[in-house]
Design a protein around this ligand. Structure first.
Ligand code: DO4
Ligand code: MG
Length: 286
């Protein structure tokens, strides 16, 4: 089951949708659902979605609506150095901070950092940013966990943790500047409800970057290469912290383009996760 936020051509109002057969969007707003969070807090979310899917609601063909990010009011956080590839790449990029990355990969406590306010999250099809004061910019294609206010994992989506590797590599105290700026976080295209962690660990993640319509980078990894259990990451995120609107947690990047690669204006970044779908954005300078 896929839940989305969308607009139609005749109105700027964002509506909540349930995607049926990958073709039509059932308009849940019509049945009184104002926020996805109302659904995420329910005990029997899957049962409620089945009930709504049979309620005879108005529907729109998926290719006629504009999908907005499914991040509604949640803060977006991100886990780091959860894949061996991420640890190795960061140790190379930064002599200064190499030991920190090495240590955190094996430490009991994971690296978890704040990534974005909900209102700053970039929607599918809208531009992600590269900083004008950075030389070396990459997308980070990550599986994102959708967690309700009680800390329960309720769904999955796709996140792009855009990063400036030269700023991050210069000094790890610059991490917030390397990772949090206008357009640095895209999430979408929808939230998949139903699969378990075990199901998600079978999925693959694919990144393609296109320049002038031609592929300039592709890479692939698997979710089961994430070193830590999702429950462990969620447990640390929710320690000594409340999330009344729930949270979205990016689970780390396992695909890193070669060190010679940097994003350019107008590149297209296409992230595909086999159990979720595709998140695509173009690149703008901010
Ligand atoms: O500490 C640097 C950030 C790590 C990260 O974002 C990742 O591994 O995905
Ligand atoms: Mg990341």
């Amino acid at each position: 089951m896929k839940l989305c936020r969308f607009t139609v051509a005749t109105s700027p109002d964002v509506r909540i949708g349930l995607i049926a057969n990958d073709q039509n969007v059932l308009d849940l707003t019509e049945s009184g659902v104002q926020r996805m969070q109302e659904l995420f807090e329910r005990q029997d979310l899957a049962g409620e979605l089945v009930r709504l899917s049979r309620a005879g609601l108005a529907q729109y063909p998926l290719d006629t609506v504009r999908l907005r990010t499914p991040v509604e009011a949640q803060e977006v956080w991100a886990a780091g150095v959860t894949y061996l590839r991420s640890k190795e790449a960061r140790m190379v990029e930064s002599e200064f901070s190499a030991t920190a990355y090495d240590r955190v990969y094996d430490a009991v406590r994971p690296e978890i950092f704040f990534k974005s306010l909900p209102e700053k999250v970039v929607s599918p099809g809208d531009p992600v940013g590269i900083r004008k004061d950075a030389r070396w910019n990459v997308p980070e294609p990550e599986l994102a966990l959708v967690i309700n206010a009680s800390g329960k994992l309720v769904g999955f989506t796709i996140g792009n943790d855009m990063s400036s590797r030269d700023i991050e590599g210069e000094n790890m105290l610059y991490l917030p500047q390397a990772k949090i700026y206008t357009g640095s976080c895209a999430v979408g295209p929808w939230i998949v409800v139903g699969p378990t962690e075990g199901d998600a660990r079978q999925w693959s993640i694919h990144l393609e970057i296109l320049r002038n319509g031609k592929t300039v980078f592709t890479g692939e990894t698997r979710v089961d290469k994430i070193k830590r259990r999702f429950s462990e990451l969620v447990d640390y995120l929710f320690r000594s912290q409340n999330f009344p609107n729930g949270a979205v947690l990016l689970t780390g990047a396992g695909i890193v383009p070669p060190d010679s690669f940097t994003l350019e204006i107008n590149d297209a970044v296409r992230i595909h996760i086999s159990g979720v779908g595709t998140l695509e954005n173009t690149v703008a300078i901010v």
